[in-house]
Design a protein around this ligand. Structure first.
Ligand code: NAD
Length: 355
């Protein structure tokens, strides 16, 4: 075996009730004027953080939204500058973590992440900013959180309809890495353990949102899956999701959750060993089918029509997804991508098979 591995400088505090560590961790890092970031829907979480860190809170910016529009970044930069802050604390899902990353990129502000969904963004050095209807992404170590606090208690209020797709979104980060044409044993170990944790916990999370053990397992699964992507790669799956999210504004986690089974099937003949390991981690015989079945267990959104896509959009989506070369185990052709979108649009199951 031959491989190379570069770890990212993660600092993680994980556990039920871990949020209470925030004030002492800020002090440890010499950070004393935080701008707390949240969405409007999670303003109550931002207020809890502000109360907890007392005089270390310089202000709250509660305007984070999906896909990190440049206008939101600029507005937050103005607030950060006027309050003379020395860091941001993002409490929320990938949208809020993403805003903290954008401020780290553009204003050199250290960011602290307190994730409350399973997006996994806090474990990656990937940033994304949307301008003029196009989302630009890149990798930069500067956007990695200075530290991350995972407190599963904060996820107890995450509605089931967000929890299920969000968990499969995390799983996607691991699946693309466990099925890479050049699998890396360290990344695969993180990925497969993450898939196992999410496959075991997600059905319980959705049926019993208040089950703290299941929430704990799902969040630690998301952390491992995010680590796999952070240290690893993206491939066709992310290109497809990026296309639909960026150009047709489909919801991020639902898009990942619906497309993952089809992306796995697209590549499986070229990476049979990795695909088999994913199936084992899921506890099923066929990885694509296992993911398709899991989606039907944990989400009501199981086809692209439900995300607002029109059949007439599929040609344009296939054109955009294939206009640039894509790093993938199998050659990416416009016709095969069009077929994949068609099957996902109708919810047919991978390859058009009705499972
Ligand atoms: P989100 O952050 O938009 O959250 C969805 C909704 O759920 C929001 O209204 C949010 O306030 C609410 N919410 C979150 N946690 C909650 C909780 N515990 N209780 C109640 N409500 C809660 O959705 P998301 O799927 O987490 O993130 C999507 C974004 O993250 C996309 O923009 C995507 O591109 C980005 N992302 C980036 C990476 C990366 O590595 N850079 C990885 C994954 C996702």
């Amino acid at each position: 075996m031959e491989f190379e591995f570069e770890a990212l400088p993660w600092q993680i505090i994980f556990g039920n009730g871990a949020l209470k560590r925030l004030p002492s961790e800020l002090d440890k890092h010499g950070l004393s004027r935080a701008l707390v970031l949240s969405t409007l829907e999670q303003r109550h979480h931002a207020d809890i953080v502000a109360d907890l860190i007392e005089q270390r809170c310089a202000g709250i910016f509660d305007q984070a939204v999906m896909h990190v529009p440049i206008e939101t970044v600029s507005a937050a930069q103005v607030v950060a500058k006027s309050l003379d802050v020395d860091c941001t604390v993002s409490i929320g899902g990938g949208s809020t973590t993403g805003l903290g990353k954008a401020l780290a990129l553009k204003s050199d502000l250290p960011n602290i992440a307190i994730p409350t969904t399973y997006a996994g963004s806090e474990m990656t050095n990937v940033w994304g900013i949307t301008q003029d209807g196009r989302k630009t992404t890149g990798r930069d170590h500067k956007v990695l959180p200075t530290f991350t606090i995972y407190d599963p208690e904060l996820t107890l209020q995450l509605p089931a309809f967000i929890s299920g797709p969000s968990g499969i979104n995390a799983m996607a980060q691991a699946v693309v890495n466990a099925t890479s044409p050049r699998p890396n044993p360290i990344i695969s170990a993180l990925a497969l353990d993450g898939i196992r944790a999410l496959a075991t916990s997600l059905p319980t999370v959705v049926k019993q949102p208040n089950n703290l053990d299941a929430r704990n397992q799902a969040l630690h699964g998301a952390c491992l899956c995010g680590a796999a992507l952070g240290a690893g790669i993206t491939s066709l799956h992310h290109r497809l999701c990026h296309t639909l999210g960026g150009s047709f504004n489909t919801s991020h986690a639902d898009t990942h959750a619906i497309l993952l089974a089809y992306s796995v099937e697209y590549n499986q003949a070229a990476v049979p060993a990795g695909t088999q390991r994913v199936a084992e981690a899921l506890g099923v015989k066929d990885a694509a089918r296992g993911i398709f079945d899991l989606l039907h267990k944990v989400s009501d959104k199981t086809n692209l029509q439900q995300l607002g896509l029109k059949e007439g959009d599929l040609d344009k989506a296939a054109d955009i997804a294939t206009e640039k070369a894509c790093n993938n185990a199998v050659e990416v052709t416009r016709d095969k991508v069009r077929e994949l979108f068609f099957n996902a649009y109708h919810g047919n199951g991978p390859g058009g098979r009705k499972f």
